[in-house]
Design a protein around this ligand. Structure first.
Ligand SMILES: Cc1cc2nc3c(=O)[nH]c(=O)nc-3n(C[C@H](O)[C@H](O)[C@H](O)COP(=O)(O)OP(=O)(O)OC[C@H]3O[C@@H](n4cnc5c(N)ncnc54)[C@H](O)[C@@H]3O)c2cc1C
Length: 451
């Protein structure tokens, strides 16, 4: 079994130079994931010059570990949006995502990205009421859906599912690699600081008129108070040899699975949890037990960022920086949202209005905000070491993945102290970490046995 995503085995990614001189650009894009690349590509189509700076190599952040469902159906979110924000907001959400899908289709016609038109299904194994409610709401929005009662393989049961036709799936790294060939990109160029209309990377200065921060977790998160407005969720995926089927499926139940095929592989994802919360067993053990698969070919995990209302922040970064833009908080549905970011931010850069629904400054007093604040305070006041290098929150040891995780903001560190996921930028001091890990390991093993 390989401990990496299957996409990485399929594509030889192009490489790009390191920034080695001061430069000026109209638009600077920070981050060469799907968001940064799609934004740069859209600006190029509109003849606006832009450069992308990537701290590592393109596509090697979260985007390499996605499952790349291309859908406007994000669990059963339309009923929540109607309840909390009304029909107009739900209509806007649907329209933006359907436009994104059309744009992916267009890319699929022009580039070899394994784009396949398919249906997207959300299903429940134990309840039909939420599915029926979602259908009713989509009917009211004038969007045609179908109900389904079967799944393409027997290991899972279904009570009812709701199907969106004309959605898609693709190969994420083929997409990033193909578009990148047309763009100006500097790799191994980490933006260390951002001030006014200047960025600092590799000891060089980049002067820009506008900047798009597409670094997944916003680069300077204290500006705009993003550390209060965001939390992170992890998810796990395996790939298994399997006869192909066409559509994409996602359970809306707690502890449910999502799955799709690519070539002769079946990708199954699940075990979703907030970063910092421990799982009871590894996803591989769970899959082997529940599905009786003998051989798992690939296994990987990943995390994405969630906003207070599960709707992304795409627009002006904060009140004080008129030329800073952000795209973050995609809630594990970042492909259509990355495409939405590309046309919404390009419009804004051209002087048009943003989209109210996505405004990062929208009213943010809600239940999730208090959960985030409580989580931060509780873990800041906890007497436990090591502490996160981001805001000093006490880290939790994950004895299944052998990592230290911040339960408030989602930073992760390897046992040698290296940052695996931000917002933390600085590595942990490795002194005493291994001893701490051993202690935590013993304690959590004991707790599991006691349970
Ligand atoms: C398991 C899993 C499955 C998923 N499946 C789906 C799915 O089926 N469909 C879907 O729509 N979404 C899915 N998502 C969500 C989607 O993959 C993400 O939302 C999306 O890939 C995020 O892209 P990004 O470009 O914002 O981030 P990234 O891909 O992380 O890109 C950000 C880039 O910025 C760079 N960077 C960071 N800081 C700096 C800096 N200071 N200077 C320079 N560069 C910097 C990083 O190195 C990175 O390359 C899934 C997520 C998970 C966790």
């Amino acid at each position: 079994m390989k401990n990496c995503s299957l996409w990485l085995d399929d594509v030889k990614m192009s490489s790009f130079p390191k920034l080695s001189e001061n430069i000026k650009t109209n638009v600077l894009i920070i981050g060469g994931g799907i968001t940064g690349i799609l934004c740069a590509y859209e600006l190029k189509k509109r003849n606006i010059d832009a450069i992308v700076l990537e701290q590592d190599t393109i596509g090697k952040g979260i985007s390499k570990n996605t499952t790349a469902f291309i859908t406007a159906q994000h669990e059963l979110l339309y009923q929540d949006i109607v309840k909390n924000k009304g029909y107009k907001a739900a209509k806007s959400y649907l329209k933006l995502n359907l436009k994104a899908i059309d744009m992916f289709k267009e890319l699929g016609r022009n580039f070899d990205i394994d784009y396949q038109n398919c249906s997207s299904i959300m299903y429940s194994s134990n309840s039909d009421s939420k599915i029926l409610k979602e259908k009713q709401i989509l009917d009211n929005l004038g969007y045609k859906t179908e109900l389904i009662e079967t799944l393409p393989f027997n290991n899972l049961s279904i009570k009812l599912g709701i199907k969106f036709n004309n959605q898609g799936k693709l190969h994420p790294l083929k997409l990033i690699n193909n578009l990148a060939k047309e763009l100006i990109i500097y790799e191994h160029t980490r933006v260390e600081n951002l001030k006014g209309n200047k960025a600092y990377a590799n000891g060089k200065i980049i002067e820009f008129k506008k900047v798009i921060i597409a670094s997944h977790y916003p680069l300077v998160d204290k500006v705009g108070l993003y550390f209060l407005k965001l939390f992170q969720k992890r998810s796990y995926v395996v790939a298994i040899k399997h006869p192909p089927f066409k559509d994409t499926y996602c359970s809306i139940d707690d502890n449910g699975y999502y799955f799709r095929c690519h070539d002769n592989y079946l990708l199954i994802g699940g075990n979703d949890r907030n970063t910092g919360k421990q799982c009871e067993c590894t996803f591989i053990d769970k899959i082997k037990k529940e599905f009786k698969f003998k051989t798992i070919e690939y296994s990987w995990s990943n995390q994405d960022i969630v906003t207070l209302d599960q709707i992304p922040y795409i627009g002006k970064y904060d009140y004080f920086h008129k030329n800073w833009y952000v795209a973050t908080g995609f809630n594990l549905w970042g492909f259509t949202w990355a495409m939405v970011s590309s046309f919404v931010l390009a419009d804004m850069i051209e002087g048009k209005a943003g989209v109210n629904l996505l405004d990062p400054q929208r009213f943010w007093l809600n239940k999730q905000l208090f959960i985030n604040i409580k989580n931060t305070l509780k873990n800041m006041l906890t007497f436990r070491k090591p502490r996160c290098t981001h805001l000093g929150v006490a880290l939790r040891y994950n004895n299944l993945e052998h990592t230290f995780e911040c339960p408030a903001h989602g930073s992760r560190f390897a046992l040698n102290g290296n940052v695996l996921d931000g917002p933390a930028k600085k590595n942990l001091n490795t002194e005493k970490i291994e001893r701490q890990a051993t202690l935590e390991n013993i304690t959590s093993n004991k707790k599991i046995q006691e349970n």
